[in-house]
Write a protein that binds this ligand. Structure first.
Ligand code: HEC
Ligand code: HEC
Ligand code: HEC
Ligand code: HEC
Ligand code: HEC
Ligand code: HEC
Ligand code: HEC
Ligand code: HEC
Length: 471
């Protein structure tokens, strides 16, 4: 068994309750903040008063206190404070959650888009759109003005991979609404859907349309969301939520703040690949597609942010699937779970082989023949191709992975097919002109799943297309 999974299985249920050190909080100078802020911002103070932090004696200053040397430190009513309470600051008391969150794909969400797709935001929209859209989900790079105040072009922001003034990544209040910071609230699907909804990651819509979503709504009162521990199969059985499958404890599988750990595929790329998970000695992680060179233990590797790390362990895709399946097995049988996973994987493989590979090959050939400019999004077919994998392609794959037949087909693969046959191919042929045979047809003719195109007799009767007798 790989180190990763054996690590995952070592402790029953929630990982060991970390003993918090009470000498870390209860700073008396923090009492003054409350009395004044009860007037200055009464809603905020009231939320804190109802929180687990208040109950445990953790006050405003315990979180907001700063060192004078911090880039965002400011003197406020006689105390040195910072407005941003970063994951690193929370990590002073919650080290386990901090380390898992820093090592997750969530923490990389800003780093990822900084290097990719600026044209989508800047050309199609305009640079101001980044702050109001991409960055609200992915995170911003928060800048500090001279007096310790935060640059309003980059904050407010609670994006999932925000780069904080202290260098730490992300924002714990992305999921834990402030100032309640409740775990019951974060167990709700609603904690995720601000970002996981819409064309490219329609997980909200998919969950709601699934049998799990149906039962969650009907049996929410049996979900035991307020429980101190929340282990699927023990503390609740009515239905799984996003958190159950991607973060929650189930049987012997402990909970984790690393949301990507249990996922095999890259479902949001032009062509999906199974992914290895490389875990570094310093806790950071990196996903590598199955066709990359997979490093050995002890090897050194450059990561997304440019730093070099030493490999501690590598989890192959099968181990990640095993972890996800352990969640299902709390409520379903083995054969049921395997059967479902087979159906899901088959949809991803179909998408890859029939649409994703051929479309990408055709686009590559059109660029190579200089029939398209290298500038993205200045030609209609670039939108057609983008939507093929990013919108309908993502809906089909996400729909199949999370049990919504509507999204797998009507909102997903059906639209992929319609786009491919009725927009993408005609546009590609028109652009290729006299070279269509080599740039387009040669690619399509190699794919068995497109052979029906050459056999119109076979289906003409079905939909009434052939006239009166059709149905
Ligand atoms: C005498 C009243 C008073 C006291 C005491 C006080 N605050 Fe404030 N604080 C305010 C007011 C009023 C504002 C809003 C100022 C503004 O609008 O820029 C504010 C703003 C803030 C901000 C936002 C700063 C920004 O602009 O980003 C934070 C964070 C904050 N206070 C935390 C604290 C903490 C922590 C303490 C205790 C150490 C504290 N406050 C004590 C009145 C007070
Ligand atoms: C558990 C840690 C924690 C505690 C306790 C806490 N805060 Fe905060 N506070 C945060 C976080 C996190 C943010 C979000 C800042 C960011 O990261 O963007 C924040 C933001 C703020 C802001 C600016 C955001 C806004 O909505 O205007 C103010 C003002 C503030 N806190 C005041 C207070 C006061 C007053 C108290 C005590 C009644 C308090 N905080 C207690 C963590 C805490
Ligand atoms: C509503 C929230 C939201 C907005 C707005 C948003 N994204 Fe995303 N983005 C996501 C989510 C969620 C994912 C992860 C999808 C998945 O893995 O299922 C994602 C994935 C991505 C990826 C793929 C990352 C990977 O895993 O390889 C890129 C690139 C990206 N977004 C860029 C952008 C850009 C550029 C913008 C603005 C033009 C933008 N996004 C706007 C939520 C958002
Ligand atoms: C992606 C959403 C998300 C983010 C981001 C997030 N959390 Fe959580 N957190 C949750 C969920 C969901 C739970 C409840 C998990 C459970 O009970 O299975 C939780 C639970 C917790 C708990 C209670 C753990 C326990 O065993 O009682 C703490 C403490 C916590 N989070 C701290 C943090 C800190 C610190 C950060 C930032 C470093 C953070 N969280 C970021 C979703 C999130
Ligand atoms: C100074 C120490 C300290 C800091 C800093 C701190 N916490 Fe806590 N946190 C605690 C204590 C103590 C508890 C209560 C533990 C318990 O009840 O077992 C707690 C409980 C929690 C819980 C569980 C709440 C519930 O519903 O049971 C969450 C979630 C959480 N903290 C998130 C955060 C986040 C996010 C930050 C940073 C914004 C943060 N904490 C900063 C000490 C801290
Ligand atoms: C503030 C926005 C935001 C919130 C809230 C959020 N996410 Fe994400 N999530 C993202 C973005 C952006 C990505 C893509 C990041 C990347 O690929 O690096 C992502 C990626 C993911 C992934 C894909 C990991 C992979 O393997 O590629 C999963 C699973 C996920 N989130 C689950 C959740 C769950 C569960 C919650 C709620 C408990 C949640 N997220 C809350 C923005 C968010
Ligand atoms: C019954 C379990 C289950 C529930 C409930 C569930 N998911 Fe998933 N999710 C999965 C599985 C299985 C996959 C595919 C994993 C793989 O690639 O092997 C997946 C894939 C994803 C991905 C794509 C990751 C990637 O590789 O690009 C995201 C993002 C995601 N889920 C977020 C969510 C959100 C948000 C919710 C709630 C609205 C949710 N999930 C509810 C099981 C679940
Ligand atoms: C907390 C319990 C729980 C967990 C965990 C769970 N499920 Fe379910 N699931 C249910 C319930 C309850 C139903 C509804 C059964 C029914 O009425 O047919 C269901 C229904 C389904 C269905 C629809 C079956 C049908 O006959 O229409 C599929 C597929 C499914 N689950 C797959 C999964 C997979 C895959 C996982 C793990 C990634 C998983 N479930 C995790 C409780 C759970």
């Amino acid at each position: 068994m790989g180190l990763l999974l054996s690590g995952l299985l070592a402790e029953p249920g929630l990982a060991e309750k970390v003993a918090l050190d009470p000498s870390q909080w209860g700073d008396e100078a923090g009492e003054k903040c409350v009395s004044c802020h009860a007037k200055a911002s009464s809603g905020l103070a009231a939320q804190w008063r109802e929180s687990a932090h208040h109950a445990a004696g953790v006050n405003c200053l315990d979180c907001h206190r700063a060192e004078r040397s911090d880039p965002d430190a400011m003197v406020h009513e006689g105390q040195v404070i910072a407005t941003i309470v970063s994951p690193k600051d929370c990590g002073r008391c919650h080290q386990k959650e901090y380390e898992e969150q820093q090592g997750s794909v969530h923490a990389e969400a800003f780093t990822l888009i900084e290097a990719r797709l600026p044209a989508l935001a800047d050309h199609v929209g305009g640079p101001v759109m980044r702050a109001a859209s991409c960055d609200q989900c992915h995170g911003s790079r928060v800048r500090v003005q001279g007096d310790g105040r935060l640059d309003p072009a980059t904050w407010p922001n609670s994006g999932i991979g925000r780069i904080n003034p202290d260098g730490s990544k992300g924002s714990c209040s992305a999921c834990h609404g402030r100032h309640g910071f409740s775990k019951a609230q974060a167990r709700e699907p609603d904690a995720c859907v601000r970002c996981h909804s819409g064309p490219d990651s329609p997980d909200k819509e998919i969950f709601e349309a699934s049998k799990h979503g149906m039962l969650y709504v009907a049996h929410r009162h049996q979900m035991n969301l307020e429980a101190p521990e929340w282990i699927a199969g023990r503390d609740y059985t009515a239905a799984p939520t996003c958190v159950t499958c991607h973060m929650g404890a189930a049987g012997k599988l402990p909970s984790t703040h690393d949301v990507g750990m249990r996922n095999v595929w890259s479902l949001n790329s032009p062509v999906s690949k199974r992914q290895f998970l490389v875990v570094f000695e310093d806790g950071a992680k990196l996903e590598l597609p199955e066709d990359a060179e997979i490093p050995k233990r002890g090897a050194e590797l450059t990561r997304l942010d440019g730093t070099v790390g030493r490999v501690k362990t590598v989890a192959p895709p099968e181990r990640r699937r095993q972890a996800m399946s352990m969640v299902c097995l709390e409520c379903h049988a083995k054969g049921f779970t395997e059967g479902f996973m087979n159906q899901f994987d088959a949809v991803v493989e179909l998408f890859n082989a029939k649409f994703a590979h051929p479309a990408r090959t055709i686009m590559d050939r059109l660029y190579a023949a200089e029939l398209l400019t290298p500038t993205p999004f200045d030609e209609p077919i670039e939108f057609t191709y983008w939507e093929l994998w990013h919108d309908e392609g993502a809906r089909a794959r996400h729909g199949a992975s999370m049990m919504s037949p509507n999204h797998a087909w009507w909102e997903g693969m059906y639209v992929v097919g319609r786009n491919f046959y009725a927009r993408f191919l005609p546009e590609a042929r028109a652009i290729a002109g006299e070279h269509a045979a080599e740039l387009v047809e040669a690619v399509i003719s190699k794919v068995g799943a497109h052979q029906w195109l050459n056999d119109p007799q076979q289906t003409s009767a079905i939909l009434g297309f052939a006239g009166e007798g059709g149905r």
